[in-house]
Design a protein around this ligand. Structure first.
Ligand code: ADP
Length: 923
């Protein structure tokens, strides 16, 4: 006999000692079964204890025990120990129960009194083997997530393996399965389909396989694959079906993920601006996107047939990147030049890698293939190149501007001496002939200065950089004055010069007086210069007028030498001169017309010329100006200066200048007008500061460029380190740098005003007069409020001696301006330039009433600078450097001014308004 392996221990649960003993005897008698030992328990509780302690190969169970009765004994036992192998021992009458027990999970049953040793051994042996097989099956089911099920339609019973219940997240014992319950486990959207399948199964009796979504007991969604087949048909009716159920959730989720990934890739592939394609190493394209077609310029059919090498400027490069890919590496941003269908070469960056086998699904190819992304960087390269060129051009133009500014400065300094001394000479008692010669020196110097100014303007004109002031202009007087200006030169040439002003034109307009005068003078000057007989006539005509604007045409017509037709298009270009002939040489640089064209066009106007060679020319320009609502203001600027008001005995001026000749010019010019004035000289800024500490001065005339300490630094030192009132001394920049005056840079340096060298004596007298009279107003403080910063002339002019009206104007200023200035200060420290520009623009209309030039001008410069920044004409960096110091100046001067305005308000009787708070910390 074959040697059998021991199964282990056997447990008998039986309250009848006799029955138990009989079983023991049978087992001991037979050699058909090998076991280690037998354990006997009388009650179910004892059995539990025993089973908790050890494992048994088989459990022989009597279901009628003292502590448990009937089929529930088995249920309780299997519930606690689902793995055990139970063989039921029933009485003769319990056959029915025995069958039930099999369904509940018992392996077999023995009817007491009907079995002998051999049968007992056989049953136990079978049960052990069956149990092992079931366990293996369950294990397999668990591992594969497949459960088995069976429905008997006659008995209405449903049997399923544990795995089926696990899949649904339910427990076998708590579930009584019926059709409705089964449907409730299916995802609502799949229920109809499931019903259809069931119908098909019953109608057609075919095996069906279908995937469904299910809703598990914990509400989680899952996926199952159901296979069902009919196993029994009685009288043509299906009585039994069975099948398997597989949990395919993970597989499905993976599939979905893969699909999503593919979809995402497909989206990128389709919408990418970069060309993407899959290419076999030897063979054609497997796939390409729209961008590939756009890049290469070929259609689908053409690309499918194309010779791949023909797409590259240098096919060697293709081999180079392919070699890298074949070695298993990927290439990224590999520079490569491709050729399009139109033979256009494009510079690109190529990124590529070999396709892995799993990536090849869908592509029917067995050869090595790679995935390529090509980015066209031609435009980016061009932009980069353009940026570089622009930077170089900007740099060069800046250098040019600096060079011109320096040259102009260098020329102006000696010119100041020539011009100044000539002017001083003129006033001495000279003989008539000497006077004539000196006048010639003055004329020539003026002429030279005009050329120097023109050269500077040309550099601005090319940079689109001319800045325009907006001021009230007495345009009629300006135009009519031309008659006086040109009466002598035209008389000298024996030609007539006349001016006509359209009566429909307003007398006053708003514009840049210097620039507009420059245009008029230039055109008249040319007309007189190029006319040797006949006449020159200037007409100012009204074109259009709206509520705010007026459009003006100015025509300058001469009967001069004229311009040849083919020369007309070029005369507005810089350095163009076409009039010189062998017979006659006309003076000129060929700059004037190009400058005035820029001046007119940059203000939104147009200039035109008509000419007939030998007969004459007609230059005309159209410009639109704002109308002047308050022409009175122009009167203020036209007021004649009465220098004699200045008491020269008390006049003390500090002249800070390093050039000896210029020191002499300035000092002598001042002394000529005010012989008793005290003019001290400081060679540089450092000495100036020391002098100011020691002495009292009314005015400091400060050169900018000086050795040791320049004018900018010296002013900073005076303003920031000296005590009041020394720190408040009036400082006038006296500079040969035209840009300082043109761009109002002196305000940035905290200087009060600026005079450009070379200056006319009148200009110097006027500026000295202006600031000494301000000082006088200050000193009369015991009579009227001390207004050092505020000039009430403007307000008084508006108020026309009506003090109530003046007070209401002051109230307006006290209410509105302090919060605006505070906001401005805040916006400046936050670097909110756009908002700052708006605020500065808003204040432009209020500040003039305060009558403080520094305040008004600094604010105007802020507005102007930020407008240039908005038009991208100056950089952020420049704004950061220039605007905050100007805002500081505005705040400082505003704080001083508002105090004085409040004092005036009190003087006028005061009222509800409290003294405004000063703007915080304008350092
Ligand atoms: P400039 O007068 O200094 O030479 P402009 O730029 O003012 O320079 O003028 C350029 C050229 O246009 C002059 O040199 C001259 O040839 C021509 N031109 C200008 N105005 C007239 C005019 N009224 N009649 C004839 N030719 C003129």
């Amino acid at each position: 006999m074959e040697k059998q392996e021991s199964h282990g221990k056997i447990l008998i649960i039986e309250d009848n000692l006799g029955d138990a003993r009989l079983v023991e005897i049978f087992l001991e008698q037979t050699n058909l079964i090998h076991f280690e030992s037998i354990v006997h328990c009388y009650t179910l509780r004892d059995a539990f204890e025993q089973l908790d302690k050890e494992t048994f190969a088989a459990v022989l169970l009597d279901i009628h025990l003292p502590d448990s009765h009937g089929i529930s004994t088995l249920e309780e036992l299997l519930d606690r120990f689902p793995e055990i192998n139970v063989v039921l021992m029933t009485g003769f009458n319990d056959r029915q129960t025995a069958l039930q027990a099999i369904q509940k999970g018992a392996q077999d049953f023995l009817v007491k009194g009907e079995f002998k040793a051999a049968e007992l051994a056989k049953t136990i042996n079978y049960s052990i083997e069956r149990n092992k097989i079931i366990k293996r099956l369950e294990e397999t089911q668990r591992m594969t997530n497949i459960g088995h099920w069976e429905v008997d339609l006659q008995t209405k019973s449903f049997i399923a393996s544990e795995e089926v219940f696990r899949i649904f997240g339910t427990q076998s014992k708590e579930t009584s399965i019926n059709y409705e319950y089964a449907l409730s486990l299916i995802h609502p959207d799949d229920v109809e389909e499931a019903k259809g399948i069931a119908k098909k199964l019953f109608d057609e009796k075919v095996t069906i396989k279908k995937d469904f979504r299910i809703i598990r007991r914990n509400d989680e969604q899952g996926y199952v694959s159901l296979t069902a087949k009919v196993v029994n048909v009685t009288d043509g009716k299906v009585t039994k079906v069975s099948g398997v159920l597989q949990d395919i959730t993970q597989v499905k989720l993976n599939e979905i993920e893969i699909l999503k990934g593919k979809e995402r890739y497909q989206n990128i592939f389709n919408s990418s601006k970069d060309a993407i394609y899959v290419k076999q190493k030897t063979g054609g394209f497997l796939d390409f996107n729209e961008a590939s077609k756009d890049l290469f310029g070929y259609s689908d059919e053409e690309l499918n047939k194309i010779d791949y090498n023909s797409l590259f400027v240098n096919p060697e490069k293709r081999l180079e990147f392919e070699r890298i890919i074949e070695s298993g590496e990927s290439v990224s941003d590999f520079p490569i030049a491709i050729v399009t269908k139109n033979r256009e070469v494009k510079n690109c960056l190529l990124t590529a890698n070999q396709m892995r086998p799993e990536e090849m699904t869908g592509y029917h190819s067995s050869v090595l293939s790679y995935h390529v992304i090509i980015r066209d960087i031609s435009d980016a390269l061009k932009a980069e190149q353009f940026k570089k060129e622009k930077e170089i051009a900007e740099h060069q133009s800046k250098m040019k501007e600096e060079l011109l500014a320096n040259v102009s400065h260098e020329m102006r300094t000696p010119m100041n001496a020539i011009f100044g001394f000539a002017n001083l000479l003129l006033d001495d008692n000279l003989k008539e002939e000497q006077q004539k010669l000196v006048k010639l020196i003055i004329d020539s110097s003026s002429h030279l200065m005009k050329i120097i100014n023109d050269i500077l303007d040309v550099s601005k004109q090319t940079n689109n950089d001319i800045e325009f002031e907006e001021a009230p202009i007495d345009f009629k007087t300006m135009v009519m004055n031309l008659e006086d200006v040109f009466s002598n030169p035209s008389k000298d040439k024996n030609i007539s010069f006349s001016v006509e002003y359209d009566s429909k034109l307003p007398d006053h307009i708003i514009g840049d007086p210097v620039r507009i005068n420059q245009v008029l003078l230039n055109l008249c000057n040319n007309a007189v210069k190029f006319t040797d007989e006949g006449s020159v006539k200037l007409s100012a005509i009204k074109l259009n007028e709206s509520e705010e604007d007026v459009s003006i045409r100015v025509v300058v017509k001469d009967t001069g030498i004229g311009i040849k037709q083919d020369h007309l298009p070029i005369i507005f270009q810089p350095f163009t001169r076409v009039a010189n002939s062998k017979k006659k040489l006309y003076e000129g640089t060929g700059l004037g017309l190009s400058i005035i064209k820029a001046v007119i066009e940059q203000q939104g106007g147009t200039i035109d010329v008509k000419s007939e060679f030998g007969k004459g020319s007609e230059f005309s320009f159209d410009l639109t100006f704002k109308k002047c609502a308050n022409p009175n203001n122009t009167e203020i600027s036209n007021q004649a200066d009465d220098y004699n008001e200045v008491d020269d005995k008390s006049l003390q001026i500090l002249l800070v200048e390093d050039n000896n000749l210029n020191q002499m010019v300035a000092k002598k010019t001042i002394l000529r007008q005010w012989p008793n004035a005290l003019v001290d000289i400081a060679q540089n800024g450092k000495i100036a500061v020391e002098q100011i500490v020691k002495n009292e001065y009314d005015i400091v005339l400060m050169d900018i460029q000086m050795p040791v300490m320049d004018g900018i630094e010296a002013t900073k030192c005076i303003r920031e380190t000296l005590e009041s009132p020394k720190c408040d001394v009036f400082i006038i920049a006296m500079t040969a740098h035209k840009n300082v005056k043109d761009d109002d840079k002196h305000f940035q340096y905290k200087m009060d005003d600026c005079i450009l060298k070379p200056f006319e004596p009148k200009e110097l007298y006027s500026i000295i007069h202006k600031y000494t009279s301000k000082k006088r107003t200050m000193e009369r403080s015991y009579l009227s409020p001390q207004t050092k910063y505020v000039d009430f002339t403007y307000m008084d002019l508006y108020a026309e001696k009506d003090e109530d009206f003046k007070k209401s104007m002051i109230e307006g200023i006290l209410n509105d301006t302090p919060p605006h200035v505070a906001t401005m200060n805040q916006l400046s420290s936050n670097g909110q330039w756009e908002e700052l520009q708006k605020m500065s623009h808003l204040l432009k209309t209020s500040f003039p009433f305060i009558g403080n030039a520094t305040l008004t001008k600094s604010n105007e410069t802020i507005d102007k600078t930020l407008k240039l920044w908005k038009d991208e004409k100056i950089s952020d960096q420049e704004v950061r450097e220039t605007v905050p110091p100007l805002v500081e100046t505005v705040c400082t001067y505003f704080n001083h001014s508002i105090k004085e305005i409040y004092e005036e308000y009190q003087r006028l009787g005061g009222g509800a308004i409290l003294e405004p708070e000063l703007v915080a910390n304008p350092s």
